[in-house]
Design a protein around this ligand. Structure first.
Ligand SMILES: Cc1cc2nc3c(=O)[nH]c(=O)nc-3n(C[C@H](O)[C@H](O)[C@H](O)COP(=O)(O)OP(=O)(O)OC[C@H]3O[C@@H](n4cnc5c(N)ncnc54)[C@H](O)[C@@H]3O)c2cc1C
Length: 386
């Protein structure tokens, strides 16, 4: 994997930003559950919200490996920051790939600067894995050319701070097969769209995850992504490939932070007259953590390269998301072990990594669902390509 010089400089700039601006304040922001407005503004100025948006709409589009490494850096500082730009990228890619010229013109320039932020709404209170069973419906207006949307979405990240929602909903609830009745609507915060609740959660603090209610919300007909009713499920599944690469990158960032902290602590903490890394059990933990982390990064970059080839990459993105998130959970737990009692203290960062890691196991499709996707693709493709 090679980045061009501009991409390398961009990753380094984000790394510096994380070391200088993020790591010193992340613990306090996390425990106060404070929205990181200043950091988000700096991310906008650095072009982070436009990483997936090319000219003429934006000006810092980067390759997917570069995007993954930037996401990893942000998550290394504070996973919440990487979460604040994940769904936005998926929506940008959806509009770029499937949007009409008018939709691209309307949204992408403002999304590239971060002036307009976007999120995606798939999950409902009744279920997130069985998306085709969703209940949110957009009905054609009898006397107009728009839709009226009713339903409830939940766990929607950045719902309050986003001005645009890529809403997965049914435009034909009777369709058989069910996915043919599903569309993506690009919904702005029109009357009838209400962010009702900020959900309390284990980690991923500072950034909101909300319930969003649609009650008689009137949406124009040209809000259908690409103008193609019934194509939304396939569009969103392709969108989730970049989403899962992003989640894998977030997990890798958390794993990296946990490993770095554990290694530093093991070199400095002494018991029985020597640094604890010299005790074989602790050294073994460090060795296993380093091996898992390195493997995770390779799988992440493999998926990112595959994505850029234009080929279907749900197998690769699924494997990266599955492996990186499970590795992050294991590495975060081992970082706690290496820190002993201090690993359990809120005055250290490792407890945060341990609380953040499970999100990457559950979000963007659970790891059980990833395994289903991977197995299906393995059979369809006749195995792995070597
Ligand atoms: C902090 C946070 C942020 C989120 N952000 C967003 C967001 O921005 N937008 C959005 O749309 N969603 C978001 N989600 C929702 C997330 O994608 C869902 O929680 C996830 O897809 C699982 O759906 P569920 O919670 O309804 O679980 P369920 O679908 O009810 O699943 C429950 C359990 O059953 C298992 N299971 C279900 N079906 C199968 C099957 N066929 N095979 C094997 N196992 C199965 C699951 O793996 C899981 O273990 C977020 C979630 C969290 C926690």
């Amino acid at each position: 994997m090679t980045l061009n010089p501009e991409e390398t400089a961009m990753v380094e700039a984000v790394r510096d930003f994380v070391d200088r601006e993020v790591r010193p304040v992340a613990r306090d922001l996390e425990h106060a559950n404070t929205y990181p407005a200043d950091l988000i503004d700096q991310m906008k100025r650095m072009g982070v919200y436009g990483l997936a948006i090319p000219e003429p709409y934006g000006d810092v589009r980067v390759s997917t490996p570069c995007y993954a490494l930037i996401t990893e850096e942000l998550a290394r500082g504070w996973m919440s920051l990487a979460g604040a730009m994940g769904g936005h990228t998926v929506v940008a890619k959806l509009i770029l790939t499937y949007g009409t010229p008018e939709q691209k013109e309307r949204y992408l320039p403002r999304m590239a600067t971060g002036e307009l932020r976007a999120t995606m709404a798939l999950t409902e209170p009744g279920g997130g894995s069985d998306l085709q069973g969703m209940r949110t419906v957009a009905r054609r207006e009898a006397d107009g050319d728009g839709y009226v949307v009713d339903g409830t979405k939940t766990w929607i990240s950045n719902a309050r701070t986003s001005g645009l929602i890529a809403l997965l909903c049914k435009t034909d609830p009777e369709a058989v097969p069910r996915h043919r009745g599903i569309s993506v609507l690009l919904v702005e915060k029109v009357p009838g769209v209400t962010v009702t609740t900020d959900l309390p959660k284990l980690g991923y603090k500072g950034v909101e995850s909300c319930e969003v209610v649609f009650e008689g919300a009137r949406v124009p007909a040209d809000a259908v992504l690409g103008g193609r009713e019934g194509a939304g499920f396939a569009q969103m599944m392709r969108g989730l490939e970049i989403g899962r690469i992003q989640v894998a990158a977030r997990a890798t960032g958390v794993a990296r932070a946990a490993f770095d902290d554990a290694l530093a602590y093991a070199r400095q903490r002494e018991t029985f007259g020597r640094p604890i890394w010299q005790h074989q059990s602790v050294g073994n933990h460090l060795a296993d953590m380093a091996a898992k982390l390195t493997a995770a990064r390779q799988l992440l970059l493999h998926a990112a390269e595959r994505y850029d080839s234009g080929a279907r990459s749900d197998l690769e993105a699924g494997m990266a998301k599955l492996f990186c998130s499970e590795a992050a959970m294991e590495i975060a737990l081992n970082a706690i072990r290496v820190h002993g009692g201090y690993g359990y203290s809120t005055e250290f960062d490792v407890e945060r990594y341990f609380r953040d890691a499970p999100l990457m196991i559950v979000g963007e499709g659970t790891n059980e669902i990833q395994r289903n996707v991977i197995a299906r693709q393995l059979v369809e493709r006749g195995g792995l390509a070597y």
